[in-house]
Design a binder for this molecule. Structure first.
Ligand code: SF4
Ligand code: MG
Length: 321
């Protein structure tokens, strides 16, 4: 709810604050139990930062995060520790997120120790089971991360998140670092696990084709803001925001007859430390109007469960145009 994360930019020999990056700039949305909410946007749009602030791995500058009716931004560290079991994360880079000096058994046991499972036998049993769940043989427990392929390492990352029986998992681009041939295997596995265990995912990706099959709803972010949020079908069949339309036009379509013209975005993503005034997308938008340069469009529900932040859908603005 009204989530913001601003990072200081420092410079000069004294490392004084010279500016601010508004990585997440007033974002509000809900995640329903047992749903997969995809969050999509180009690098630097604030999607990972949003995901991490949901777990307080990054402290939000402002705003609230409610989980089961509790604003977790108000909890002390003991309160957070208890909740961590319910809320886990899978990182983008399985190479960087697993300790190379630890065997898989130790990597997977650590979260259990943190959450008070003191019996070694019980931990070993849970490790064996979770390896099976993610499709790895029991011998994997005795090996080191470097002895596995990228896809297998991500299976270990998934196992580590899953081993404490969480309810919510933030999936921060879990397949972006993998070969394309491996991506669908991992996506299928994650989809199966979500159904089998009734998990809730916030699934972050930089392109719409990755989240298309796994998500129930999809949110699109641009320069720290949520610009559109809708059910999967609605977003893909009936996108409203010009940015979403351009992202969709870049998704390869298996049916060439259906292929819409590709919308090429002009220019680069502006710097988040100096975002454009008004609608942050106005410097690249082919439908930009005068008001877009001055007034930030509100994120409003245009139809049932379809939210968009764009003046094109504001009747008052369009009547006066
Ligand atoms: Fe384009 Fe204006 Fe809509 Fe922004 S508010 S996306 S600039 S039409
Ligand atoms: Mg990221």
């Amino acid at each position: 709810k009204n989530l913001k994360k601003y990072f200081d930019v420092t410079g000069g020999v004294l490392s004084r604050k010279v500016g601010e990056v508004k990585a997440v700039d007033d974002v509000s949305f809900e995640v329903y139990e047992k749903e997969v909410l995809g969050i999509v946007g180009e690098s630097g749009c604030g999607k990972s930062t949003t995901g991490k602030t949901l777990l307080r791995l990054i402290e939000p500058t402002e705003g609230e995060v409610h989980f089961d009716g509790v604003d977790i931004t108000k909890l002390n560290s003991e309160g957070m520790r208890k909740l961590r079991r319910d809320m886990q994360i899978i990182f983008q880079d399985p190479y960087a997120s697993l300790n190379p000096r630890h065997k898989v058994e130790k990597i997977l046991s650590e979260p259990l120790i943190v959450h008070g499972i003191t019996s070694k036998q019980e931990r070993q049993e849970k490790v064996r089971k979770i390896l099976e769940v993610v499709g790895l043989p029991p011998e994997a427990a005795k090996r080191y991360p470097h002895q596995f392929s990228g896809g297998q390492r991500q299976r270990i990352g998934i196992a580590r998140a899953l081993i404490v029986n969480p309810r919510l998992i933030i999936c921060d681009e879990p397949v972006s670092a993998l070969d394309v041939s491996i991506q669908s295997q991992i996506l299928n596995l994650m989809e199966d696990l979500q159904e089998e265990f009734g998990l809730t995912y916030v699934f972050i990706a930089h392109d719409l084709s990755v989240v298309k099959h796994i998500s129930h709803r999809v949110g699109v972010m641009y320069l720290g803001r949520m610009v559109e949020l809708a059910s999967n079908e609605d977003l893909y069949d009936n996108p409203l925001h010009p940015y979403t339309k351009s992202l969709l036009s870049a998704v390869p379509d298996p049916d060439p007859d259906l292929k819409t013209d590709r919308i090429i975005l002009e220019g680069d993503v502006p710097s988040p430390s100096n975002p454009p005034s008004g609608c942050a997308f106005h410097t690249r938008c082919s439908e930009c109007m005068d008001i877009c340069k001055q007034v930030r469009p509100e994120f409003v529900e245009i139809r049932d469960n379809h939210f968009v932040a764009c003046h094109l859908y504001n009747d008052d603005v369009m009547e006066n145009n």
